[in-house]
Design a protein around this ligand. Structure first.
Ligand code: GDP
Ligand code: GDP
Length: 436
């Protein structure tokens, strides 16, 4: 299910990130506990009443050394490209400025609904300040106060009225959706083309869908797949496409729509910080993951090179220890044919359900082999475990006190579960619950 996307635009200091944080609330903190993964405040999921949506703070996408006006212009264009609904934010205390008018001009050209939020209206007496903003031409201005959390409900109600209620990017449940993510120039588009060009692949449709995303549908061995478009892979050329924040944003969007994520690294250039960040998002999102080292043709190799690179990956991406690694070349097509079968296996494991009695045998054997830890004289007791979800496989373990299930023992249980059932390519989650 693709969630609607709301983007906030406006010149600096009108309160975009304040509003973003208000709407996102504490959610943003959930994504912080993975070592090596920096949080990013430009993109997050959010909820308003019954609506689930994603929100972008375009102000957080910095465009490099461009002049001020060019920066906000590009941010507005990103909003138009990426969003279903745009919240155009202005500062009620300053009246309409020429920078506001610049933003407005760009937004007029977009065929996207725009809701005008007038921020910093901190008390009812200030409400008359909003009337100025009718001149921007986006209808009724909504008075809000980011710092006080006022008026956001009405603004979001209006935005939600414009959320699309049908989803053109919806595929059947049995279609396996995967994406190739990675920083610019690692070879994502070349890989997509190589996959689509394979003999055994039957391309059924390369469909233009909402938001100009171009997904490729294909068949392999009778199964159906969709390659989710990432970096606007087929229509490059926008100035902002090479900025890091923008490519992260695109990656996040693609991850969200995928079952399996192929993290593409450049074998020639090695691993850089940006690769880790992108990989961290895939892991956090609970997607199945395969690590693809592309451009292997261009690497000077001896018999140790691959092992060394593999170790390097394991060191840098410790949280992805379940992800298989494949070394290949989009250019020479070497080992391209292994990709779809790997996607298939990862997807099967991502959806695997294990029987409760078999699971409990595994857990009890594990406990017999390595007794549960004690803390301040109290021993962890495990009563019972059951799988409660797939995509990713999620297990609830009923215990006497969840605090006693320390990370290292949880890790041990995870490894036993993996030894018993496989689960290659997919993260698994273990949740401890107190049994009263
Ligand atoms: P951005 O550059 O558009 O993301 O703006 P920020 O969210 O960083 O806010 C810029 C400044 O305006 C900060 O000092 C905020 O504390 C302040 N600010 C944001 N919202 C409000 C508001 O509703 N009322 C008042 N008085 N100040 C606000
Ligand atoms: P994207 O930005 O990640 O989509 O990367 P592209 O597919 O546009 O590729 C970036 C550059 O890397 C292009 O010049 C490609 O020709 C080159 N490239 C892609 N795959 C390979 C490969 O397997 N080997 C070599 N030597 N070059 C490659």
């Amino acid at each position: 299910m693709t969630k609607p996307v709301l983007a906030i635009v406006g010149r600096p200091n009108v309160g975009k990130s304040t509003i973003f944080n208000r709407i996102v609330g504490e959610r943003i903190s959930i994504v912080e506990d993975i070592p090596g993964v920096t949080r990013d405040r430009i993109y997050s999921s959010a909820e308003w009443l019954t609506h689930d949506f994603n929100i972008i703070d375009t102000g957080g996408i910095d465009i490099g050394d461009e002049p001020f006006l060019e920066q906000i212009r590009q941010q507005a264009e990103i909003a138009i490209d990426e969003a279903d609904v745009i919240v155009f934010l202005v500062n009620g205390r300053e009246g309409v400025t020429s920078a506001d008018e610049e933003v407005a001009k760009i937004l007029y050209k977009a065929k996207k609904p725009v809701v005008l939020g007038v921020n910093k209206i901190d008390n009812p007496e200030m409400r008359q300040m909003i009337y100025d903003f009718y001149s921007l031409g986006f209808g009724e201005p909504f008075p809000i106060s980011g710092s006080h959390g006022l008026g956001l409900g009405d603004l979001l109600d209006e935005a939600a009225k414009n959320f699309p209620n049908h989803d053109e990017n919806q595929y059947d449940d049995d279609v396996i959706k995967f994406s190739l993510i990675g920083r610019p120039n690692v070879g994502k588009s070349s890989l997509v083309n190589a996959i689509l060009g394979e003999d055994r692949v039957i391309v059924s449709n390369v469909a233009g869908t909402t938001r100009d995303a171009i997904d490729s549908q294909l068949k392999y061995n009778g199964d159906e797949y969709v390659i989710i478009d990432t970096a606007g892979m087929r229509k490059k050329g926008k100035v902002y496409e090479t900025t890091e924040k923008y490519s992260v944003l695109r990656a996040l969007r693609a991850i969200e729509r995928s079952d399996v994520v192929l993290i593409v690294l450049d074998g020639e250039e090695g691993i850089i910080e940006q690769d880790k960040r992108i990989a961290g998002y895939a892991h956090q999102a609970g997607r199945a993951v395969i690590i693809v080292v592309n451009k292997w043709d261009a690497v000077e190799k001896d018999e140790k090179t691959m092992k060394k690179f593999e170790q390097n990956i394991r060191d840098h991406f410790q949280f992805l220890d379940y992800a298989p690694i494949v070394f290949l070349s989009a250019l020479t097509k070497k080992r391209i044919h292994t990709l779809i079968p790997m996607v298939n296996i990862a997807s099967e494991n991502h959806m695997m359900r294990v029987e409760t009695n078999v699971l409990n045998d595994v857990i009890m054997d594990a406990v017999a082999m390595n007794p549960t830890p004690t803390d301040k004289g109290r021993r962890l007791r495990i009563y019972y475990a059951t799988q409660v979800a797939i995509k990713p496989p999620t297990f609830v373990v009923f215990v006497n006190d969840p605090e006693l299930l320390h990370f290292s023992y949880e890790r041990f249980l995870e490894n036993r579960i993996r030894d018993a059932f496989g689960f290659e390519g997919t993260p698994i989650k273990i949740i401890a619950r107190e049994r009263k």
